[in-house]
Design a binder for this molecule. Structure first.
Ligand SMILES: NC(=O)c1ccc[n+]([C@@H]2O[C@H](COP(=O)([O-])OP(=O)(O)OC[C@H]3O[C@@H](n4cnc5c(N)ncnc54)[C@H](OP(=O)(O)O)[C@@H]3O)[C@@H](O)[C@H]2O)c1
Length: 267
């Protein structure tokens, strides 16, 4: 199993804005796109992909199942609906968007339905998102750790979740960092700015290079060509051990996203 290290996110982006963002991302070299049923933009993403001229087999498309579709009789039909919107016969990765403890569908039921979706060829790989250690253990018990390609979690220099990432590493489950830029907050950090200055890089490139250096995948979003292209150049920025240590010290449990009823008790 492998997850591309760099993709483009699409959260909050709708209509022509997301079409333009994805089209520009593909033009400047992105080949992985992250969407979700709840973003309400799968059809727009599908349109952008369809019009891009990039061959489907050159792309890695991720979607996420929304909590309303977790029941065994809903998950696969909802994924088929996503595929129709995305204009494809399969996605490369499908995630359970939030553990949503207490929403009435047992974890084992939705994890097994997701595994069945993969068995049917509707998705190349499967995974989880926003799972804490205890729920990741339950997901492993339901489908086996080899089946879980990634846990996509909020992770930035301000929220490094060391306990969870250590556990995922131990289990061989890849980490995908979302909101690596903490929705722009880390871009104003003086330490990040200083490291950026020393390398002739942007603060965004430093935050993204830090996550890549930790071995995580990243999926930053942007509506601007300059930012989309600049962010991708983080792949060429190699931070020193000292830079990595300075960024490690920025941890402040700075979580941006924790919706009631969806989020687990964080580790
Ligand atoms: N699994 C989940 O539950 C979950 C939750 C949240 C997000 N996600 C995924 O993760 C993706 C990334 O998260 P995100 O989009 O919320 O946040 P993000 O990547 O941390 O930040 C995006 C924001 O940063 C700005 N930005 C991007 N590049 C920049 C640069 N080089 N310089 C200055 N500003 C820059 C963007 O503004 P401009 O448009 O002005 O560039 C946008 O406002 C989402 O799109 C989504 O696909 C998943």
């Amino acid at each position: 199993m492998s997850i591309p290290s760099f993709g483009v996110g699409t959260f909050r982006l709708q209509g022509q804005v997301v079409i333009d963002s994805v089209r520009t991302a593909l033009e400047v070299g992105y080949r992985a796109i992250d969407t979700a049923q709840i973003y309400g933009n799968e059809a727009d993403v599908g349109q952008a992909i369809g019009e891009s001229g990039v061959a489907r087999d050159q792309l890695f498309v991720t979607t996420k199942i929304w909590t309303a579709n977790y029941a065994a009789d809903k998950l696969i039909p909802s994924l088929k609906d996503s595929l129709a919107k995305l204009r494809t016969d399969h996605v490369d990765l499908t995630l359970i968007h939030w553990p949503a403890p207490g929403n009435g569908v047992p974890l084992t039921e939705y994890m097994q339905a997701l595994a069945e979706a993969r068995a049917q060829g509707l998705t190349g790989q499967i995974g989880i998102s926003n799972f804490n250690i205890a729920l990741t253990r339950e997901a492993i018990a339901a489908v086996g750790k080899e089946a879980i390609a990634t846990n996509q979690i909020e992770l930035s220099p301000y929220l490094q979740s060391r306990q969870l990432t250590a556990f995922l590493k131990e289990q061989g489950i890849h980490v995908t960092s979302y909101m690596t830029l903490a929705y722009g907050k880390v871009l104003k950090d003086p330490v990040i700015a200083d490291i950026a200055r020393r390398h002739g890089a942007t603060p965004a490139q430093v935050a993204l290079a830090w996550a890549l250096g930790e071995g995580y995948s990243v999926i930053p979003s942007s509506t601007k060509r300059e930012n989309l292209a600049g962010n991708l150049l983080a792949r060429d920025l190699h931070l020193t051990d000292e830079d990595m240590a300075r960024i490690a010290a920025l941890e402040r449990n700075g979580r941006e996203v924790s919706p009631d009823g969806l989020a687990p008790a964080w580790d």
